[in-house]
Design a protein around this ligand. Sequence first.
Ligand code: NAD
Length: 463
Amino acid sequence: MSGHAAFDRLKAGEAARRRDFGLEARRAALRALAASIRAHEAEIMAALAQDLRKPAVEVRLTEIVPVLAEIRHTLHHLRGWMRVRRVRPTLAMLGTRARLRPEPKGTTLIIAPWNYPLSLSLGPLVSALAAGCAAVVKPSEMAPATAALIGRIVADLPEGLAEVVEGGVEVATELLAQPFDHMFFTGSPEVGKVVMAAAAKHLGSVTLELGGKSPVIIGPGADLTRAARMIAWGKFANAGQTCIAPDHVFVPRTLQEPFLTALRDQIAAMYGADPQTSGSFARIINARHVARLAGLLDDARAHGAELVQGGDLREDDLYLAPTVLTRTTPDMAVETEELFGPILPVIAYDDLAAVIARVNAGPKPLALYVFEKDRDLIETVTRDTSSGAVGVNVTLAHYLHLNLPFGGIGNSGLGAAHGIWGFRAFSHEKPVLEDRFSSLALLMPPYGSAKERLARLVQKILG
Ligand code: NAD
């Protein structure tokens, strides 16, 4: 189906959805989605093995669980989120009654990336359905097996709530030309700008879940073993192709060697002596990205970076070993571009203030991680930097906390996903004001000296 036809089909049902797609119908749709995901479990495993050689445990924990948990959380809270809330009148509005009524934005578009191709397509769909919206879902063409499967999963939903349109840039461009009421985009900051510009043409709203370089700051009082374990896990899960993966690490110069030793131990413990033979290590999405990562490594090494771990690259297997670099410099591409692969620069520092200044000089990251025991240092880093989220002595896990909004700021995104924030992304909180016995009529024309005195009195009281 073309993007145009998918939009028209869902838009045509909007009036009926406003009327009929209430709490129970939304719950039924979410239950149908959960049931379909469960029914397709084996196919999900197979599709993600095909697209990314994603280990089954990672598929379960990062593709299936997040969507099912989002559905469970939503089923539990939806009644409360949908509740029409009374709002107390202000002094000026005495004699009125006001309420806030969340209404569905309407017909929406979800565009997803390839790195978590299932959960980043279906997670936003949960929020769209919860809010009472219909959605066209465009999965990433770079994970084709998963994209096709998403079509089959979504086909199990009740008619008229979602359409899956497969394809690449051309298809996405056609979709972006449709006057969707909301566009929920997950992907790179570059394409995020394209989406925002397209939405501006018809003043549609956007949620932009973008990427960038998420730094790790290790403090002088960090537990290095714990830091190394968390960083190795966060960095090398899905072969580093995670939007909130630690991109690079700042470590006090005096701790660099012990940290590198701890990191090496953790990588060996997780992936063995030869990660290529490990069943726990995913592959790079395609040859183009292998070449991109090879280019980053070549550039770094040509300019004096030291390879302290990994670097092993097998194009025919789309494999790049967990790789650690030191002696990188700010002019190298590894320090300027989002790495989005299993390459970890470890940068020694002498002065924390300079690290904070450097983080603040760049685009605002999606996540910032700090490893430290000292509360004051944690507070300093948290207060003095700006990022989508902060992880303290942990990586990645804030993504799974459904009572926290997930999103970026500035270059890393706009708006938020998950739980009630996902619901709000697809909702308009509509104020409804009802007059009962307000004194507004006293202020209406014709104006004379009495009204003038009254206006002055109003100013005195309210102004
Ligand atoms: P991408 O921006 O290249 O593609 C994302 C989607 O946009 C795909 O469906 C693609 O078909 C479509 N697209 C590509 N070019 C387009 C264009 N010119 N016009 C319209 N649509 C277009 O991103 P990707 O390579 O799939 O994913 C990697 C990026 O996504 C990284 O930057 C990563 O950090 C980010 N990301 C962010 C999150 C998050 O939740 N914030 C999650 C995962 C990935």
